[in-house]
Design a protein around this ligand. Structure first.
Ligand SMILES: *Cc1c(COP(=O)(O)O)cnc(C)c1O
Length: 244
């Protein structure tokens, strides 16, 4: 690992994390919760291992990756001794075998069939894979996730599958300058989360409400998020390869 003090990019990571943690604590308190009520995930897609390792050395204890291939190619270079990883991007069924058991939570379960595929591989590895259900909160450009209205029914269906454990919900919000509208969207997600929680379904533990990214994490926390997924606000703008 490079000496951090020599690299100005690494210095930014330290400063960014400090600011974000302060804002998260403030928003948590403003939402009527403890200042430590919200977990920060560092979203590491497109970020190289040296920079991720630096963030890990600064106390980051949860990372999120979008693509199975990218995750598998970096994971052995990372010091994960006190850090967990989640998959947060759409999972294709032919990649399920590779990722099951390699991440603590798969946040992006968006069909019953991918849930079954994940469960199949979990059973063959004799583990239980924790998952979140991805909810499509009605933005045209987001192709993935269950419609809000079908979530309770699908959650019940997925809860019956052995090998998989539903731990909560996640969503990606539309890009929206109107903070009031955004807050309303996040509040609907929180209501759905509470509704399912109150149904006390077997094999469903509504523990994680994953919403909020670099541009909207404070708004999401005010609405009740307890896990925010922050990438560019920590690492700076992403530089995509030509694959994108
Ligand atoms: C990229 C990504 C994020 C982080 O986005 P930023 O705006 O950089 O914070 C969060 N969640 C998902 C699902 C993502 O794909």
């Amino acid at each position: 690992m490079e000496k951090s003090s020599l690299n100005p990019e690494f210095e930014n990571i330290t400063e960014n994390l400090k600011v974000i943690r302060e804002r998260i604590a403030k928003a948590s308190l403003a939402s009527g919760r403890d200042e430590n009520a919200v977990d920060l995930m560092a979203v590491t897609k497109t970020i190289d291992s040296a920079r991720i390792n630096y963030a890990l050395s600064q106390g980051v204890d949860l990372i999120g990756e979008n693509r199975v291939q990218e995750f598998m190619s970096k994971i052995n270079e990372l010091d994960m001794s006190s850090c967990k990883a989640h998959l947060i991007g759409h999972l294709q069924s032919n990649k399920a075998k590779k990722i099951v058991g390699e991440v603590d939570v798969i946040q992006s379960v968006d069909t019953v069939s991918i849930a079954r595929e994940i469960a199949k591989h979990a059973l063959s590895r004799e583990i239980e894979q924790k998952v979140l259900l991805e909810v499509n909160i009605g933005c045209e450009w987001s192709k993935f996730g269950f419609d809000i209205s079908e979530v309770p029914e699908r959650a019940a269906e997925i809860a019956e599958i052995s090998g998989i454990k539903v731990k909560g919900l996640m969503c990606v919000a539309p890009i929206c300058d109107d903070k009031t509208e955004l807050l309303h969207i996040f509040e609907n997600m929180h209501k759905l989360f509470i509704d399912i929680c109150n149904k006390k379904m077997d094999n469903i533990n509504m523990e994680i409400l994953s919403m909020g990214m670099s541009g909207d994490y404070e708004t999401a926390i005010l609405a009740g998020a307890n896990l925010v997924r922050v990438g560019s606000a920590i690492f700076g703008p992403r530089i995509y390869s030509d694959k994108h």
